[in-house]
Design a protein around this ligand. Sequence first.
Ligand code: F6R
Length: 368
Amino acid sequence: EKEGHDWFMRKEIFEQPRAVADSLLGRRTATGQLQLDEMRLSDQELRDIDKIIIIAAGTSFYAGMVAKYAIEHWTRIPVEVELSSEFRYRDPILDYSTLVVAISQSGETADTLQAIRHARTQRSKVLAICNTNGSTIPRESDAVIYTHAGPEIGVASTKGFLTQLVACYLLALYLAQVKGTRFGDEITEVVTQLEAIPAQIESVLDGADSVYALARSHASARSVLFLGRHAGYPVALEGALKLKEIAYLHAEGFAAGELKHGPIALIEPGIPVFCVVPPQGRDQLHDKMLSGIQEVRARGARTICLAEEGDERIEPYADHLIRLPRVPVLLQPLVAVVPLQLFACELASLLGHDVDQPRNLAKSVTVE
Ligand code: F6R
């Protein structure tokens, strides 16, 4: 049932083009409007929302971080993202005009479940983004967007994460449609870009062998750092989490702009630093990322840069370059995280670990 792969995780990484495509299926009406099957909240209820709080744990939390950028950009609704385990204990400000979005692959994470129960006692509407039909979190929510990853067996979430991202983009676009903050053709354009993603992920997967070679040359790494900005920041965090959980390797992700506020002191000669480079152009993001990369490289870091096709400015600063397909910055996590998943899977496998059943971890965490 691993279909020729050594690990479920690897199989699930390679299933991602299909999982993303399935999660996009049937979301457009004949007239080009977005539709979400189990939305169950009326347009009026959605128009009344003036704040969104996203709650999730682990990898799902990083999907929530990306969602914040997308929802705020397309809808101008303020979004907070919080770990579900922290949410309840700070007496969050909630009312009927707050939408709480719970992201959970399993639908059974106890911290997230308790958090939505609390939100509903405060009269907030709860929308679940979930991969498991009929699980507890969607059953206790007002609305659901199901992801269509199919069962995820590997403890480390991969296709679960990508399909959560897709659901988050769809939610953001749907809210923009209902609230009228974006024109129909802008929404259609993004949906069309999303529909191109499965083939683009496929092209990243075609480069798996060179990522595996990279993993082989890092089999004795003691610590690996990840840098990103904007939507690339959660990608950096996710890259680090994958290494921690399956390769048992010290790894940390940072917002590139935070380097100079402390973490740069960690840079020592030879330390591998993955750098998620934003697409060229917009908002000086790319320039800022380049200067961050130059700073760590000047201190001896070995930079492994993930940068889009055609980005030549990155070349002088990359000790190793992984090319990404060209996609808009908000959608870049869908392609950028894939080499990081492959790297972690291969490294863990080389180190002789049980990739699918890492020590101390369970697939769904049903205790608080
Ligand atoms: C990481 C991982 C965990 C889960 C987290 C939330 O690879 O699998 O961090 O993402 O436990 O689980 P769900 O999404 O099922 O609520």
